[in-house]
Design a binder for this molecule. Sequence first.
Ligand code: FNR
Length: 341
Amino acid sequence: MNKHSHRKDEHVIIAEKLYTAESQNGLSQIRLLPLNIPELTLAEIDLHTNFLGYSIEYPFFINAMTGGSVQTGKLNAKLARVAAITNIPMATGSQSIALSIPETKASFEIVRQENPQGLVLGNLGAHHNLSAANRAVKMLNADALELHLNVAQELVMPEGDIAFKWLANISDIVNNLSVPVLVKEVGTGITPKTLHFLQQTNVKYVDLSGYGGTNFVKIENERRKNKELAYFDELAITTAEALIAAQAFKTDFSFTASGGIRNALDIVKCLVLGADNVGISGQFLHILIKNGEDGLISFIEELKQQIRQLMLLLGCQNISELRQVQYILSPCLLNFKNQLS
Ligand code: FNR
């Protein structure tokens, strides 16, 4: 096995080793106020939402994880079957490896083979050019492409990049690719200053991917000989903080929330705070590893039902009504908000 494929296996193994049921996404610092007379039935609740210009039936998806080795190809096949059966979108992990090592392509192509009709997203790092982006989309017949920003991960990764001049590249891809582009973090959170920079491009779709769940600084640090850079993860904002900070930019972008999403209440809180949809990686990976495909399918069906129940409790018939829900921020989160403005 080549060293890049080995890294893909290590990411999955270490992500699962570091997984905790409790997340640090900050969403517990937001309280939603229910409506005691909802004037609704469960059957009336509509979960449709906007996802990169597509209308999707449920407001969450399987976010980028893997591919690039035999083992991760098997995981991708399982995730793709789950996505097809539950009718939710799915992103693959970074296809960078498949652009340089053709033998690894099959571990990504399997996603489209197992889910011919579904919404499938490809994934690349933001240093790749338009030609690479076109190849990545073609490989999967992808409906969209995620471009990840992962400076902290690269710096802590023993074999990581050291040059980060991405903006012109992102602009070129967004303006010329045939499918929508979702610019995302990998669990460090997209800051308001970054959104200012992205305003200079035509980027419309941003996945805030905040701190609180899968932590790539910790994952890459585990792969270092001296394991000395774990503290780099302090330069991050939680999913809750990223959502609050992004509210000032809501006319320019459609936001995806991700980072440490564990349950239906997390999803609903993200939608209340302004996200159009929510991505989940570590939690789905954990359930797939522990309970297999059927276990993950059941979990996803329960999420759908619990989102409906929570929306009923809040008196909301559809996702846009969730934006009207009253909420209370903890003193800590309110302080964060006030210091930003
Ligand atoms: C990831 N993530 C990721 N993101 C990306 O853009 N490209 C990638 O190749 C990967 N690889 C990857 C591997 C594994 C094993 C995990 C668990 C995650 C990051 C992912 O899409 C997401 O942004 C973060 O994981 C935060 O969400 P969770 O995991 O806390 O729900």
